[in-house]
Write a protein that binds this ligand. Structure first.
Ligand SMILES: NC(=O)c1ccc[n+]([C@@H]2O[C@H](COP(=O)([O-])OP(=O)(O)OC[C@H]3O[C@@H](n4cnc5c(N)ncnc54)[C@H](OP(=O)(O)O)[C@@H]3O)[C@@H](O)[C@H]2O)c1
Length: 278
């Protein structure tokens, strides 16, 4: 199985998003079953944030992972930009750890750039790494200019990933951000990899490719997302059957011809584009 090196370890390139999960008790059993189906089928990366449901998603993750060996999972949470100061970040992290019922995170991300100077946030993150509360830190929603600035900062090159919106429609990062991250051997983490919103497949290209691989369109979207072996995709689903399908997408190898057909309909960027956001 394909694995991606990140934060000193290796993980399955398809993980689990948790946006909107754990917020409504009536969906609790179904959502727990979705996450556990993913873990039972080899998924390791679980992405959450203090912002999601004001902590409810983190609490939900803590419950979902309770029966599993912590060491086999790769847990990510994110600090809000307004909490990313030297003073507040340690408290936010402790609260996240408590809600997730764990004593460390594999990766802690700055959710998006905000009012606190980036150098201060980097120092606060490094401090938590030295204490062992996080194995590594990274960022999210940094565009090419922000990333260039981060890489110039003291210890900025310790950034383990940048989590950004990336899918067949939002390909702008291929022009400049992705090559920059490659240069620093920094894996990409893509959110909204299956586009979230329903979209109509132009000219049925994905349908044809899916049929050829005896797969679903969502599986083709994920196989495409991780095709360059430098990306971790974190699709979210509250349905066990969808999570199972997502877990199997790691076994789909798209051909050169498949990729060319996709490029014709969903073209690569030819100039710098603003970062796509949620
Ligand atoms: N860093 C950031 O700023 C940021 C922003 C947004 C998201 N994220 C993270 O990235 C994760 C993923 O992004 P996202 O949730 O926005 O978008 P997404 O994963 O692209 O799309 C989620 C939607 O796709 C559906 N879906 C997933 N797998 C499917 C399948 N196999 N077949 C059919 N439908 C499927 C889900 O519905 P069903 O429940 O019906 O399957 C859900 O409505 C989030 O959960 C969050 O952890 C981060």
């Amino acid at each position: 199985m394909q694995q991606i090196s990140i934060a000193g370890g290796k993980v399955n390139p398809i993980g689990l998003g948790t946006l909107n999960m754990g917020e409504d008790l009536k969906n609790f059993d179904q959502e727990i079953s979705a996450i556990r189906t993913g873990i039972d089928n080899g998924m390791q990366v679980i992405d959450t944030a203090e912002m999601y449901g004001s902590g409810k998603a983190e609490t939900f993750v803590g419950e979902a992972i309770a029966p599993y060996n912590r060491e086999e999972l790769f847990l990510i949470s994110k600090v809000l930009p307004s909490n990313a100061s030297k003073r507040q970040l340690p408290k936010s992290l402790d609260d996240s750890l408590k809600r997730m019922n764990t004593d460390y995170l594999d990766l802690y991300l700055l959710h998006w750039p905000g009012p606190v100077p980036l150098q201060e946030t980097v120092e606060a993150l490094e401090k938590e790494k030295n204490k062992g509360k996080i194995k590594a830190w990274g960022v999210s929603n940094l565009d090419i200019n922000d990333m260039n600035k981060l890489l110039q900062l003291s210890q900025g090159e310790n950034c383990a990933t940048n989590q950004v919106r990336y899918n067949i429609i939002d390909r702008g990062i291929e022009y400049d951000l992705m090559p920059k991250m490659d240069e620093y051997h920094m894996p990409m983490m893509s959110y909204a990899p299956v586009v979230r919103k329903k979209f109509s497949d132009k000219q049925n290209v994905l349908e044809q490719i899916a049929e050829k691989h005896q797969a679903t369109i969502h599986q083709v979207l994920l196989a495409w997302n991780i095709r360059n072996k430098n990306t971790i995709a974190i699709p979210q689903s509250s349905k066990a059957e969808h999570v199972y399908d997502n877990s199997q997408a790691v076994n789909i190898e798209l051909t050169k011809e498949d990729l060319e057909k996709i490029d014709e309909v969903y073209p690569k960027p030819t100039s710098s584009e603003p970062l796509a956001l949620w």
